[in-house]
Ligand binder design. Structure first.
Ligand SMILES: Nc1ncnc2c1ncn2[C@@H]1O[C@H](COP(=O)(O)OP(=O)(O)OP(=O)(O)O)[C@@H](O)[C@H]1O
Ligand SMILES: [Mg+2]
Length: 135
């Protein structure tokens, strides 16, 4: 388990991660948290942390974005994740998208928690990924 997660909990660890990526990349990374602040199972917290890491890294690596917004929303029995960038977007039909290990890993983690994911992206219009996990 990532050390920051054990020490500070999910929200603080995510805030730290976003701050660190903002400093190293020069891209504005905004972290917002809504709803309840529940302690989830270790597995759920690690999965959510990893999903957000991957989505933010993708935005930094591929999008040429100026700004990334990360939102974590907890309610009584589910947790929502949104990561949105204002970069160049991509075509979901591209082979490079189908081949990526990052998105495949996210799908595995989403299925593990009977969740659903929705990716809205098109060339020139940025990317918005919304995920909801039953946890
Ligand atoms: N936010 C984004 N903006 C633009 N393109 C993206 C974004 N996220 C993903 N992509 C595109 O989708 C592809 C697949 O992403 P994925 O995370 O699965 O793989 P990867 O990042 O290329 O490699 P890996 O995650 O295994 O290091 C990327 O190569 C990129 O072309
Ligand atoms: Mg990736």
């Amino acid at each position: 388990m990532p050390e920051a997660l054990v020490k500070f909990g999910l929200q603080e660890a995510l805030r730290d991660f976003c701050d660190a990526i903002e400093s190293s990349s020069g891209i504005r990374i905004v972290f917002q948290q809504f709803g309840e602040k529940r302690k989830l199972s270790n597995t759920a917290e690690v999965f959510i942390y990893r999903i957000i890491q991957e989505l933010v890294n993708n935005a930094v690596k591929h999008a040429e974005a100026e700004r990334v917004i990360v939102q974590l929303t907890m309610s009584a029995d589910k947790t929502g994740i949104t990561v949105e960038d204002d970069g160049k977007g991509f075509d979901k039909n591209d082979l490079s998208f189908a081949r990526g290990a990052g998105m495949a890993n996210i799908n595995y983690r989403v299925q593990y928690f009977s969740g659903k994911s929705d990716i809205v992206s098109s060339r020139g219009n940025g990317t918005s990924v919304h995920i909801e996990l039953k946890t």
